[in-house]
Design a protein around this ligand. Structure first.
Ligand code: ATP
Ligand code: MG
Length: 554
């Protein structure tokens, strides 16, 4: 390995390589441990690809584990959606799919072990009292009056807890660590609580449930995870993580490593907020294309490759920061640019009539699917006397440097002929209803015509043959100019986040487009067929991204 390769390793790779070199770790094992209480978002993609990527890089193993120890919020719907998202991203966990709730027996035994070692006790303080006894950042806590119960009494009470003899909140099991620790997480944290609730997988088997800080290290250790990678907010919990695996005497205990969460500018990623938008029906479900849940990005037309590229560009760091949404857009443009056909679609149509073109004639023009990638082949596009062009591609009295159509000016119709504008027709209100022109048969694209040049090229579709489709344009759902929140704490929503164009005219070849197929619509952006609202022969197109941006990759 040369010096440069070493320098470019991120800090997690450096830790892992040191552990391997020093013989602490033979096979690297990582995991992705979501709580099935919502859909995954772009931030989770970072965690998935980081953990999966490390397992691949070091020839190790990657586990998919549902952290379903909290019975209140978890739903089967989320388990399925999370699996679909992880599969879509290509993070292959093979048969290594686990549920933390399957370890409830192991966790119970672990708690008993701590009691027997004198390291855990049953406490009868109320939740308020526990908080009061805990102290503050500047003041140490004080010991619970139940702290010195005998091992026998604790064993009996804990068993009673398990057997349903107490109400919710009446008793808890606490780790016996240090009420004067400067780290509040170490002040005798609760490790088990009574909760008379059914669990989505375990039914009514349990009425006590372990707390996250106790359960998580046990889950990791049980699966033989070597590097337990989590986000920064758990840094202060690491001493407790280490305490749990040490007191439970695991042989090769996992090591917790924290990295900074991925935040995107001006989008909502927090599950809580997305949930609110979904529940208040502000958006069309968890996969509304304006959201950045992975289901939404997929529906909108983002690809796994674009997400991987994005996560790679973001890098891994210890410092929280936000990434420009433009970078995600950059990644999808780069990904689709050469892979997808470029077709003509008119979003805001006006008729263009070629007066010297034979009436009733339809000419099939052979057109490259993607000029920059000949492998995509060619297709046929109908051309006729009556076309539709973008309204903005004609001006009666143009400003200087306007190179599109205006009376007397000649432009190229993309993939077809030169046309010269002869005038336009207006209705009683002065709206332009028709533009007229003449064409020069000598100037057909691909004919090698070199007689003269034109400065503008405009796209078009044949009015009689075009397919009418619905297209949807999106803006961020949160208003970036005015800030993410209103003064009352509610989200500041962008009223223009969705524009529906119910009559967008596209080349007839798009009739057979299937859900998730994507295309570049010349000048208008990349569009993808919506899987939910399209029907046979009637695709609905979601704009993934426009073609231009002010975002620059540094
Ligand atoms: P949220 O805060 O959005 O509700 P969460 O942290 O509660 O998410 P979990 O299901 O607990 O969601 O997360 C599963 C894994 O994904 C955890 O390891 C968590 O650290 C990681 N993760 C969550 N959000 C991000 C993010 N924005 N960037 C990177 N990793 C994340
Ligand atoms: Mg969480």
């Amino acid at each position: 390995m040369d010096a440069e390769t070493v320098v470019s390793k991120n800090f997690i790779e450096q830790i892992i390589e040191k552990d391997i070199a020093e013989g602490h770790c033979k096979v690297v094992k990582t995991r992705f441990p979501p709580e099935p209480n919502g859909y995954l978002h772009i931030g989770h993609a970072k965690s998935i690809l980081l953990n999966y990527g490390l397992a691949c890089e070091y020839n190790g193993k990657f586990n998919m584990r549902f952290d379903d120890t909290n019975p209140t919020k978890e739903k089967e719907e989320f388990v399925e959606s999370i699996k679909a998202d992880v599969n879509w991203l290509g993070a292959d966990y093979e048969d290594r799919l686990f549920f933390a709730s399957d370890y409830f027996d192991i966790m119970y035994e672990a708690a008993v072990k701590l009691i027997k070692k004198g390291k855990a006790y049953v406490c009868d303080l109320s939740p308020d009292e526990i908080r009061e006894y805990r102290g503050t950042l500047s003041e140490p806590g004080k010991n619970s009056p139940y702290r010195d119960r005998s091992v026998e009494e604790n064993l009996e009470l804990f068993e009673n807890m398990k057997n349903g003899m107490y109400e919710d909140g009446a008793k808890v099991l606490r780790a016996k660590i240090d009420m004067s620790s400067p780290n509040i997480n170490m002040r005798d944290p609760i490790i088990y609580r009574v909760a008379h609730q059914s669990h989505h997988r375990q039914g009514d088997k349990w009425c006590i449930y372990p707390m996250y800080d106790f359960a998580h290290p046990i889950e990791d250790a049980t699966e033989g995870i070597t590097h337990s990678i989590c986000t920064l907010e758990f840094e202060d919990h690491r001493p407790l993580y280490d305490w749990v695996v040490r007191e439970l005497e695991y042989e090769n205990p996992p090591k917790q490593i924290e990295f900074a969460k991925l935040y995107l500018t001006n989008v909502v990623t927090g599950k809580r907020y997305i949930k609110k938008l979904v529940e208040e029906k502000i958006v069309d479900g968890w996969d509304d294309p304006r959201l950045v849940s992975l289901a939404a990005l997929r529906r909108r037309g983002f690809t796994p490759d674009s997400i991987r590229k994005f996560v790679e560009l973001c890098g891994v760091s210890k410092a929280n920061s936000s990434v420009d949404y433009g970078m995600l857009e950059y990644c999808i443009r780069e990904d689709l640019k050469l892979k997808r056909p470029r077709v003509m679609a008119v979003l805001d149509p006006v008729k263009l009539i070629i007066d010297n073109y034979p009436e009733g004639q339809v000419e099939m023009l052979e057109v490259d699917n993607n000029l920059e990638n000949p492998e995509l082949g060619k297709r046929l596009v109908p051309f006729s006397r009556e076309l539709l062009i973008e309204r903005e591609d004609f001006m009666e009295t143009p400003p200087s440097k306007y190179y599109r159509l205006y009376p007397g000016n000649e432009v190229r119709l993309m993939n077809a002929y030169f046309v010269k504008c002869t005038g336009c027709v207006k209705d009683d209100n002065g709206n332009i209803t028709e533009i007229h022109c003449t064409y020069d048969p000598e100037t057909k694209s691909g004919s090698g015509f070199t007689g003269r040049k034109v400065k503008g090229t405009i796209h078009w579709v044949s009015a009689g043959e075009a397919l009418v489709v619905e297209a949807r344009l999106y803006e961020n759902i949160v208003d970036e100019e005015k800030g993410v929140y209103n003064s009352d704490g509610s989200l500041n929503l962008n009223p223009n986040s969705l524009t529906v164009i119910d009559k967008c005219y596209v080349e007839p070849s798009l009739k057979d487009a299937k859900p998730y197929d994507s295309f570049q619509f010349v000048r208008n952006g990349f569009f993808c067929v919506d899987y939910k609202d399209s029907s046979e022969g009637h695709p609905v197109f979601n704009r993934i991204v426009s073609l231009k941006s002010s975002f620059k990759l540094k």
